[in-house]
Write a protein that binds this ligand. Structure first.
Ligand SMILES: Cc1cc2nc3c(=O)[nH]c(=O)nc-3n(C[C@H](O)[C@H](O)[C@H](O)COP(=O)(O)OP(=O)(O)OC[C@H]3O[C@@H](n4cnc5c(N)ncnc54)[C@H](O)[C@@H]3O)c2cc1C
Length: 678
């Protein structure tokens, strides 16, 4: 140890033992301290490709609109703007009480409304309007989940239900009023007793032909509407999902509009509302419970695009198949799944940008006697904790854009594909987000625990992504079920696979070389072959297992439930193959150059880490143990190749400094004594 280090160590130990704490200037002036070097200066190769071009690829659309909205939030005092070490940060104050957070959410909505942010969100039409709305909603989510969810419930769920399930009379009356916030809508589907199983809800609506009104009732405690965003404090109207009982015959789940508060905020007669209480996150949203006691609404309040009841009480529906009718009632949830999937990618981006910037300035331990301490991101282990997650987020960014484009250009023919892809991506991206948040939180050590550094707080805020608008596990089952239906249809009708990316099933089975070289492993042809092989084989195995259970006397539904392990494996194989395919398409559309090169590295890392993490490749023999080891060995090599690009890769996210956090910048200065005095 040199003299300087000995003196420093002795001082620290002495200070621990001293009764009186030393005055700050003694420590600060006598000894050299760690100093922060911005990675833009310390990295030998800070910009290895055009980060703006990369951002254009990753955001995909409406960059100027996004930047405009970032600016609106940064400028306003309503967004809890703070200056730390001369740098502005905006981040909600999560120390506020639940009630205060809810009121702040409404004030922020009013501010954004005044500035025209929601213009056209319900009254606009066409893919461009929809993409603008999605882009702006993503930016709002990067500020605060409560703000995004409160808006999402009002616009996407309430407004979406009016738009998709209603007809002209509903559109004329409600869409502009919703966009302008003349009324505040909520969406009451879930009940205490039934969440994922929407078909089982117990709220009952009957029709009274004498008054021409529907009568809504909560017949028992398990039928109370539960978790309804906006219901506890602010909503004036709700969509009520309910069984429709006409002359003693149940016509299944239908959607109605009911008023629950007057314009002064008083709860309407025959409605009871209670709180859901404090949550692990999302406390700026007033989730509530609702009971209906003989609530009467006009006949016109049935959202009647799928079915209607005549004034005399006759039930009319063009969709005779009850399964199809029920599926149509769930249509508003698709946009929610799209926004949740995409939003989780942006939250992962924020956390990776913070954790990687921190890892480029934070040092821990020297590995040579008098040498400098090692930068966190120079540890291969730290690289492997963060860079594969970065590769996944690059991959998922391209898939997110693909999903949005599929959604905004939807046609009746593409509805099935949208349902399957949005379910797959919603589950995959949100699970990946939670994993990313945990890893990034830990990668920042104790600093990751501070609320101001965002990542830790995000864990509570975004956890619910895996549950609402389709529980992830239930969604994954639905994907496998849909793939099985596709498989059986192609087999029985002897027709080729078409759509959902399953065309590879029409060709011959890919053959994996018995001895893999490094260059083969990094080739996109090998990677997609391996993913195709897994998906193809799992689909066949799944079909065989379900059929085997059926042949033992189980019903189709039971056989499916019993085959859950393969269903899970298949859902994952489908999602990861779809993501890899989209990544490859984005990469191949680029001209040769530095952008394409770095994306090639990321694509390989995405593919190989996915292989390394899924036991199915070994379990079902798609790779020999030698080949699985060879794949695993490439991962650290790719991480090392990507290490010099790390800063440019997170800067390409285009996230303003204000939306990151103090540890992404000069964390020594932002924690200095002088800062603590303010
Ligand atoms: C913060 C928050 C906000 C919400 N906002 C709204 C809102 O505004 N409007 C609204 O209508 N709802 C809302 N919800 C409700 C949400 O949609 C439901 O919580 C969700 O659908 C899950 O239902 P559940 O809670 O009843 O769980 P359950 O459906 O009971 O699921 C519990 C567990 O059982 C598992 N499970 C369920 N079915 C199966 C099966 N077939 N096979 C195997 N496992 C299964 C699930 O995977 C899950 O792990 C909100 C929820 C939360 C937490």
């Amino acid at each position: 140890m040199d003299n300087h280090r000995i003196t420093r160590r002795t001082t620290i130990l002495t200070n621990h033992l001293r009764h009186d704490p030393p005055t700050a200037p003694t420590i600060l002036h006598n000894h050299a301290c760690l100093s922060h070097s911005p990675p833009e200066l310390s990295e030998s190769n800070p910009t290895t490709f055009d980060t703006f071009e990369m951002r254009k690829l990753l955001d995909g659309h409406n960059l100027e609109d996004r930047d405009w909205l970032f600016g609106l939030m940064i400028q306003s005092g309503l967004f809890n703007r703070r200056e730390v070490d001369g740098r502005v940060f905006v981040n909600p104050d999560y120390n506020q009480s639940m009630e205060q957070q809810r009121e702040m959410t409404m004030k922020r909505i009013a501010y954004l409304l005044d500035r025209g942010v929601f213009r056209g969100w319900l009254t606009g039409d066409g893919p461009q309007e929809e993409l603008r709305k999605l882009a702006l909603h993503e930016v709002i989510g990067m500020y605060d989940h409560s703000l995004a969810v409160k808006l999402g419930v009002h616009i996407f769920l309430w407004g979406g239900a009016v738009k998709f399930l209603g007809t002209k009379r509903h559109h004329d009356k409600w869409l502009r009023a919703t966009e302008n916030y003349d009324i505040k809508g909520c969406f009451a589907m879930s009940e205490l007793g039934h969440g994922s199983n929407v078909r089982g809800i117990e709220t009952v609506t009957t029709y009274d032909p004498i008054s021409g009104e529907f009568v809504i009732n909560t017949p028992c405690e398990s039928a109370q509407k539960y978790w309804i965003g906006g219901a506890a404090n602010h909503a004036t109207h709700t969509i009520v999902f309910s069984q429709l009982n006409i002359n003693g015959s149940n016509q299944g789940v239908h959607a109605f509009i009911a008023q629950i508060r007057d314009s002064d905020g008083n709860i309407c007669p025959n409605i009871r509302i209670a709180e859901c209480g404090h949550k692990i996150g999302l406390n700026g949203v007033d989730n509530g419970r609702i009971w209906f006691d003989n609530v009467r609404i006009p006949r016109e309040n049935l959202l009647n695009s799928m079915a209607d009841v005549s004034p005399s009480g006759e039930y009319l529906s063009a969709i005779k198949n009850t399964d199809q009718r029920f599926a149509a009632f769930l249509a508003p949830l698709t946009s929610g799944r799209v926004t949740i999937a995409v939003s989780s990618v942006y939250i992962s981006k924020i956390s990776l940008a913070i954790a990687i910037r921190y890892a480029l300035t934070r040092r821990a331990f020297s590995i040579t006697p008098n040498g400098p301490e090692v930068l966190l991101l120079d540890y291969p282990s730290h690289q492997q904790r963060l860079l594969p997650l970065l590769a996944k987020i690059y991959a998922m960014s391209f898939s997110a854009i693909e999903l949005k484009k599929l959604y905004v250009n939807r046609t009746p023919e593409s509805n099935k594909a949208i349902h399957i892809v949005s379910s797959a991506y919603k589950a995959t991206f949100t699970w990946n987000n939670m994993r990313t948040l945990q890893e990034c939180r830990e990668a920042c050590g104790g600093q990751g625990v501070k609320t101001e550094n965002r990542i830790g707080q995000f864990k509570g805020e975004y956890d619910v992504h895996s549950t609402f608008e389709g529980d992830n596990n239930v969604l994954m089952q639905q994907i496998s079920k849909a793939l099985l239906a596709e498989y059986i249809a192609c087999q029985t009708k002897n027709k080729p696979f078409k759509g959902l990316g399953l065309e590879h099933m029409n060709g011959s089975c890919p053959v994996i070389p018995s001895q893999l070289t490094s260059s083969t492993i990094k080739s996109s042809e090998f990677q997609i072959d391996l993913f195709h092989l897994r998906e193809r084989d799992l689909l066949k195995r799944f079909a065989a297992e379900v059929s085997e259970h059926q042949s033992q006397g189980n019903s189709k539904e039971s056989a499916f439930i019993l085959s859950y392990q393969l269903a899970e494996d298949l859902g994952r194989a489908f999602s990861e193959r779809a993501i890899l395919k989209t990544f490859m398409e984005a990469e191949s559309a680029l001209p040769a150059g530095s952008l394409k090169d770095v994306l090639g590295l990321l694509r390989s890392l995405y593919a190989l880490i996915s292989v390394d993490e899924d036991a199915a490749f070994l379990r079902y023999g798609y790779l020999s143990t030698e080949n699985a080891s060879a794949v695993r060995k490439e991962v650290p090599k790719l991480c090392a190749e990507l290490r010099p690009h790390a800063l440019a890769l997170v800067n390409s996210f285009g996230i303003p400094d204000a939306f990151l956090s103090p540890i992404a910048y000069n964390w020594v200065e932002s924690n200095s004594w002088s800062t603590a005095q303010h």
